[in-house]
Design a protein. Structure first.
Length: 309
């Protein structure tokens, strides 16, 4: 087993018409749940670390936990930086041993985004690390990402093609209607598949990424609320839309909120039904199992990645 880049994973995903799940990690139980699901489903996967995770757990702890998971499962793993705010963060993660980094300069004007992304690409490629970038702005709030709906902009397909050519980036996150957090749609969920089709046509065989792609299943929202949660009206991307996206050139789909819902709902259940439990293992064990089941479902029924390794 080894830390690997996503290059070969994406090539196989595009040929096989499936997507690789990129799951955000924050602690041992989440990492265990994801990797145990991948072992069970024989599925490729990516473990990604956000700014919030780095602040909460510290990068060194997360790296060592990922290394332990690889040793335990025998699985190769991509360790990815999610939403690197600037060159220095990306550089630090490359130096720390990450095999993939994302530079998110989407808040900058187009030409500045190109310059910042190209700078990261040059540094990372010299060290065998792949780079993801973002073009367009997704609405929503998650960790360090906070974009108001009024400021969200969809990706221009022609700009996407120019961006990839000028930066040499390895994959590109585009905005077609997904958003960060649990409240993705106020009305009927809709993704701009026509825009995705245009981007894929202009960038044939190039890995497209969807951020903010949790489905926020109603049963998990209701389950969480049943045991004291307060997240009414949360709504995500329907799973059939994600499956369709995987058939249209999307090679990587990011999932975080669904993991949070699965974990939190099961912890709340233990607290509500067994108030005498104060041993963290008593509530983290079912939470870890919920993560495993959620990830296995995504791999098997949504991403189409089961049985691909």
């Amino acid at each position: 087993m080894a830390l690997i880049t996503s290059k070969e994973l994406f090539e196989k995903a595009l040929k096989g018409k499936y997507a690789v799940g990129a799951f955000n990690v924050n602690n041992m139980e989440i990492i265990q749940g994801i990797t145990e699901a991948a072992l069970q489903e024989k599925s490729p996967f990516i473990l990604q670390v956000s700014a919030g995770a780095r602040k909460y757990a510290k990068t060194v702890y997360l790296i060592k936990l990922v290394e332990a998971a690889m040793e335990d499962t025998g699985l190769d793993t991509v360790l990815h930086l999610d939403h690197g705010e600037d060159f220095e963060i990306c550089k630090q993660c490359v130096d720390d041993g990450f095999t993939s980094v994302m530079i998110d300069a989407s808040k900058l004007p187009f030409e500045e985004n190109i310059r910042e992304t190209k700078r990261v690409v040059e540094y990372a490629h010299d060290r065998g690390v792949v780079v993801e970038a973002e073009l367009g702005k997704l609405a929503g709030i998650e960790d360090a990402v906070n974009v108001a709906a009024a400021d969200a902009t969809f990706t221009d397909p022609d700009q996407a093609a120019e961006f990839v050519e000028k930066t040499g980036v390895d994959s590109l996150a585009i905005a077609i209607g997904t958003s960060h957090g649990a409240y993705k749609f106020k009305g009927e969920p809709r993704l701009d598949f026509e825009r995705l089709e245009k981007v894929s046509a202009l960038l044939p065989g190039f890995p497209i990424v969807l951020h903010g792609a949790s489905s926020v299943p109603k049963e998990f929202v209701d389950f969480c609320n049943q045991y004291g949660g307060a997240i009414p009206g949360a709504q995500g991307v329907p799973e059939e839309m994600l499956r369709k996206a995987a058939l249209m050139g999307v090679a990587k789909i990011n999932i975080d909120t669904d993991l949070r819902l699965a974990m939190t709902g099961n912890i709340r259940k233990v607290f509500a039904e067994q108030p005498e439990v104060f041993d963290p293992r008593g509530y983290l064990k079912p939470a870890r199992e919920a993560i495993k089941n959620m990830v296995a479902h995504k791999m098997r029924d949504v991403l189409g990645s089961s049985g691909k390794i």
